[in-house]
Design a protein around this ligand. Structure first.
Ligand code: M6R
Length: 354
């Protein structure tokens, strides 16, 4: 039930810090990330991980890849299920497949699972709906614990998918001394961002409600989030939005910038923060109306959305905090256009056809 909320999407955005706490409670034992030993053993035998998913779940996989590579040291590829099903790359000698899905019923992913089973490859599904095709027909399954997600636009499942992958990567890496503490602090930060929603509503009204197109830019993990940011805004507000790596602007897309075009920059990665800022400046010079979403340690006083500080290793959690304003911007844009936020046209919650 959505109670006092006008739409399920807002309720589900609001629940994200709580979901993070549920995941911490479920997956940590005595401060150590705890994953079934059989799962860890099977993954450790692999020479490469193949993450398979669609839509928002695919975008979560892009973020997870960074943790599997950096923390667990396992080369990882992320694939769109509908592409992999008909055009897969050369597969390594000992692959391990990870399916990510909110519903567990996405036909494109099920198609790949059938291929994986035929080839006798090992597999794990991270799903929110646990009694589903993708959790039943697989070697292993882990729950995302986000609770029912009703709105077509996926929100809390996305952050739960990222956090679950982080915990799995840490467990593969042989524990992580302070991950529980870091994730607990992150949950507090997530709540702080959620509590700032009125400000984000004002920005959506100012920048997006009357715009017919918009762009999200970022680098590294922030570039991964631009894809999710664009999908969210497209799907429920029907704005033409593109999200892409900021460095690609000058290789084509900058020609689309006109007076007043909204360009939203995501900045949580210190290595590339300055470069993304320069790219934003380049669009300003062409008339863009820019909005910057930055973590506090990388922010400048004029940035429109300042997220809590994330320094050192915590920087890798940037996408989880960025998820909230990009979801809220989409929500309030859809709301500002008086659309049915929870039921965008032409879309189903679970895509059970290929
Ligand atoms: O249930 P799944 O996670 O497998 O669904 C995948 C996509 O259909 C889903 O994430 C879709 O992109 C969302 N509507 C996006 O908000």
């Amino acid at each position: 039930e959505k109670g006092a909320y006008p739409f399920f999407m807002l309720k589900e955005i609001d629940e994200q810090a709580t979901v993070a706490r549920h995941l911490i409670k479920h997956y940590f034992v005595d401060g150590i990330p705890h994953i079934d030993a059989a799962i860890l053993k099977s993954i450790k035998q692999a020479d490469r991980l193949y993450i398979i998913a669609a839509g928002t779940s695919y975008h979560a996989g892009l973020i997870g890849r960074r943790f599997f590579e950096k923390w667990a040291g396992i080369p990882t590829e992320v694939h769109i299920a509908s592409e992999f099903a008909y055009d897969h790359p050369l597969i390594s000698k000992n692959p391990f497949f990870i399916f990510i899905s909110q519903s567990g019923e996405t036909a494109d992913s099920i198609q790949v699972l059938e291929f994986v089973k035929k080839a006798h490859y090992a597999s794990l599904t991270l799903a929110n709906v646990m009694n589903s095709t993708l959790t039943r027909d697989v070697d292993f399954a882990l729950p995302l614990l986000a609770g029912p997600e009703i709105a077509v636009a996926s929100t809390k499942a996305y952050t739960a998918q990222i956090i679950t992958q982080i915990i799995l990567a840490a467990a593969l890496a042989g524990g992580h001394t302070d991950l529980q503490g870091q994730l607990s602090r992150l949950a507090v930060d997530m709540q702080a961002v959620i509590d700032g929603k009125d400000h984000i509503k004002a920005l959506a009204d100012d920048y997006l409600v009357n715009a017919d197109r918009a762009f999200y830019i970022g680098r590294g993990a922030d570039a991964d989030v631009t894809l999710e940011a664009a999908l969210k805004l497209k799907e429920i507000s029907y704005t033409l939005v593109e999200g892409f790596a900021a460095g690609e602007l000058k290789h084509g897309t900058i020609s689309l910038i006109e007076h007043g075009t909204p360009v939203i920059g995501l900045i949580s990665q210190s290595k590339t923060a300055g470069l993304t800022r320069s790219n934003l400046e380049e669009t300003i010079a062409r008339g863009a109306k820019t909005m910057t979403i930055a973590t506090k340690n990388l922010a400048s006083a004029n940035d429109e959305i300042i997220l809590p500080e994330l320094t050192g290793e915590m920087e890798m959690f940037g996408p989880i905090l960025e998820a909230i304003p990009i979801q809220l911007l989409a929500y309030y844009t859809s709301l500002g256009r008086k659309l049915d936020v929870d039921h965008p046209r032409n879309l189903a919650k679970s895509v059970t056809v290929q």
